[in-house]
Structure formats: structure tokens, C-alpha cells
Design a protein around this ligand. Structure first.
Ligand code: SER
Length: 429
């Protein structure tokens, strides 16, 4: 089943259940300064969860999301991404746990034709109601329903203790069991084991609280539902592929990366494809590479992809833009319309970085040999400040040369420099 079919089937399914199909919000959420990028389907509905501006009570979306919290895992594991699409259905004071669970089950076993035997569920340790629904109304055997705490079964994770403030609640997750042959074989292997056998496919959040600044959980005016299912994961599960990267959402991009760079290791193909998608979508939604907050994230993604895929023949990432536009032609036609502009922004960032590195790398190499393999804080500062080399790139290049950059020293050096220039400016005033 193609990813486009899955996206369409999801939205149609929930439309038939009375949901308004709402367009994906931009990656930069309007009027929400609390987040850099849209990281979940619920972002655009925060107000409605609080009982404000509820013009409809059921919605379904396929939301463009960008998360960079797990950057180091991207490309290394079958399931981590920066940019991804999240399928979600939402209730604002309308239906609650029973329908959310029943419809998730109906969609997975009916529309997606997943065998019921393959599905497991988790519930919050305090949530007997959700446990009973899974056991008695859905009929999952009790040993396939696990009870977990605030870290796994509360959204946002650990919110009662750590925040953030705002709408939150216990959740119930649905897992797909890839079978014992894909697992660690331990007797207690289950949905909370990270060996890869169990894939979390859908998070059903029972959004009934607002976390207050003092950590109190107040009841919201109404009980709500916020669900999220990653399109990349469900496409992989439904098509029984080893990894999300082996689906139609990535294959045309990874294939092109291989063709252009001549590299064929999975890390390069997956990381470059992931970061290219993220950069393309972010630029299309109005974020250009820069040294400021959001722009810096895009800059960092392009630079990471460039370092991984670069073959010394100049910019290459920009040439993936038409392939990405093509994959999303039906659902996000704006990318194809804007493709020339996006490609120009990416290419110019690649050129800039290439120039920076061609000046800085010989300096770094000289520092490595002079210092016996340990760059001082002052060396790192010089590379970062004079040559504009990102610190994470300096660290990586040192590692590649069996050397080390003293980042703690660098931070001390930086704060001393800042203090000196502050005192300097006091004097001149
Ligand atoms: N907000 C929840 C999540 O991001 C469900 O959509 O997992």
C-alpha cells in the first residue's frame, strides 16, 4: 500500500466518522512562541483543548512535523527522523477513550489489514478504564496490555514532574509486534523494550489536564482526544519493510543520493535523505538558513547532510529537491511550485559551507598536528569565530582524525572573551 493511499485512507476514515479534515499547519506554528517548530498534530489545536474557539468538535489531520531532539540517532536507526508526517484524529470535548481506542483498532485491523494478533497496547499505570476497554471491548488478551508510568504513558512524557505547562494527559499506545525473530529473546521483552521487536505505531492521548506553572494538574473544561501516528512508521509496518527508509517516502531520495554521491552505506543515504526532506519543507514554510534559532536548525541540517554526502565535487543536496517535490506532488504541491527557490537556497548554503571548510580544514589539521591531537579552547574558538566553523563540525572532524576538541575549555574561553569585551565596552562608554 503506498504512503499516499495510507494518508488518504486515514483522512477518509475519520471524515466518515464526522471529523473535519483540517490542513496541516505550517512547520513554524503561527502565534505560538513556545515552540521552534511544529512537533505534533496537536500544536495547532492547543486553544481548542483549553475550550476556546471550538468551532468544530472533531478533526483529522496529516501534520508536517519537525523534531531535532534525537538528531544523533537519525539515519542510524530504522525509525528516527527529523521531518515526519503525523496522522491524527482529535476530539474537543466530544468523544473520549472508548471511541478513540475502538476507531484506532478498526482502522489498523480493517483499513490497514494488520492482523489483530500482531497488536499490543500499553496504558498508563493508573488507567483502569483504558485497560478495560482494550481487554473487554476490543478483546486483546491481558498479557498483551502493559501498564507503564509517566515516562511512557503520559503525553508530553513526564509532564506531571517536568512540564511543559499546558494541555496534557495519560495516553495509550498501540504497538506492532515484528515477532520473536526480530527481538532480543529476553523473557521480559515487551513494548517497553528497545530491541526493535515492538514498534510503537499510534499514540492515543486522553487530554484532560492542563499542567500549571506550579506543577499542578488542573482538569480542563472538557475531556479531549489527541492521537498521533507517524506516516513513515505505519507505511513501513503495513508494507513489512525493515526500516522506514525502505518505503516509497524515501526510496526515490536515497536512490538519488546514491546516484549523485556514489556512496552506498545506509547511514549516508538515510541521513542525507532525512535532512534534505527537513530542509526542503522548512524552507518551503519560510525558514532560511541563518544563525538565528529556526534558521540555525536548517543551516545545521544542511551542513550535516553536506558533510556526510560531500564527494569534493561541490553542491549536491540541492539536486534532490525535484525528487522530494515529486513524492509530495499531490499532497503538498507548493514544494514543486517553489522548487527553484528552495534549490537555490540550499545550493547557496552548500557553497558557503564548502568555502568555509576549504579555508578552515587546513587550519584545523595544522592545529591537530601542532597540539598532538588535543585542540585547546582557544583553537576551537579561532575555528568557530574566525572561520565560522560550527562547534559540532569541529568535534566531528577531530574525531575523524583521532583527535579531540576541548569543548569545556572552549566554553570557559568563550565566557572569558565575552566578559572581556563587556568590560571593554564599559570602559569605552
Ligand atoms: N501528541 C501526541 C504525540 O505527539 C499524539 O498526537 O505523540
Amino acid at each position: 500500500m503506498t504512503s499516499s493511499e495510507i494518508r488518504r485512507k486515514f483522512l477518509d476514515f475519520f471524515q466518515k466518522k464526522g471529523h473535519v479534515v483540517v490542513e496541516s499547519d505550517l512547520l513554524v506554528p503561527a502565534g505560538d512562541p513556545t515552540v521552534l517548530f511544529t512537533g505534533a498534530g496537536m500544536n495547532q489545536f492547543k486553544e481548542k483543548f483549553m475550550g476556546r474557539n471550538v468551532t468544530y468538535t472533531r478533526a483529522a489531520t496529516c501534520q508536517k512535523c519537525l523534531r531535532t531532539g534525537d538528531l544523533d540517532n537519525v539515519g542510524k536507526t530504522p525509525r528516527h527522523h527529523t521531518f515526519f508526517e503525523m496522522l491524527g484524529n482529535f476530539s474537543f470535548g466530544d468523544y473520549f477513550k472508548e471511541e478513540a481506542i475502538r476507531w484506532a483498532w478498526e482502522f489498523l485491523t480493517g483499513e490497514m489489514r494488520i492482523s489483530p494478533e500482531k497488536l499490543w497496547a500499553s496504558v498508563h499505570v493508573s488507567d483502569d478504564e483504558a485497560h478495560t476497554i482494550w481487554k473487554d471491548r476490543i478483546g486483546i488478551s491481558p498479557e498483551k496490555i502493559v501498564k507503564l508510568g509517566d515516562h511512557d504513558n503520559f503525553w508530553p512524557a513526564d509532564a506531571p514532574l517536568k512540564g511543559p505547562n499546558g494541555p496534557c494527559g495519560p495516553c495509550s499506545e498501540v504497538f506492532y509486534d515484528k515477532g520473536p525473530a526480530k527481538g532480543c529473546g529476553k523473557a521480559d521483552c515487551g513494548p517497553s523494550c528497545d530491541c526493535g521487536r515492538f514498534v510503537e505505531i499510534w499514540n492515543l492521548v486522553f487530554t484532560q489536564f492542563e499542567r500549571m506553572p506550579d506543577g499542578r494538574l488542573d482538569e480542563l473544561p472538557s475531556k479531549n482526544i489527541d492521537t498521533g501516528m507517524g506516516l513513515e512508521r505505519i507505511t513501513s509496518v503495513v508494507n513489512d519493510t525493515e526500516s522506514n527508509f525502505d518505503t516509497d517516502l524515501f526510496i526515490p531520495i536515497t536512490g538519488r543520493v546514491q546516484e549523485i554521491t556514489g556512496k552506498s552505506d545506509a547511514l549516508t543515504l538515510n541521513l542525507v535523505a532525512d535532512h534534505a526532506r527537513a530542509a526542503v519543507f522548512a524552507i518551503n514554510d519560510g525558514v532560511s538558513p541563518s544563525n538565528e534559532k529556526r534558521g540555525y536548525v536548517v543551516r545545521k541540517l544542511i551542513r550535516r547532510a553536506w558533510l556526510r554526502g560531500n564527494t569534493g565535487k561541490g553542491p549536491f543536496l540541492y539536486s534532490l529537491v525535484p525528487d522530494i517535490a515529486n513524492i509530495f506532488r499531490d499532497v503538498y504541491p507548493g514544494i514543486a511550485e517553489n522548487a527553484e527557490h528552495i534549490a537555490a537556497v540550499v545550493e547557496s548554503e552548500e557553497r558557503r559551507f564548502d568555502e568555509t571548510l576549504s579555508e578552515a580544514v587546513p587550519v584545523l589539521e595544522e592545529m591537530v598536528s601542532r597540539s598532538g591531537g588535543v585542540l585547546s579552547g582557544e583553537d576551537v574558538f579561532k575555528l568557530a569565530d574566525t572561520y565560522g566553523m560550527p562547534v559540532e563540525v569541529i568535534e566531528q572532524m577531530c574525531r575523524d582524525r583521532d583527535a579531540r576538541a576541548c569543548i569545556e575549555d572552549f566554553e570557559v574561553f568563550m565566557s572569558r572573551r565575552k566578559e572581556e569585551s563587556r568590560r571593554g565596552s564599559d570602559i569605552s562608554c
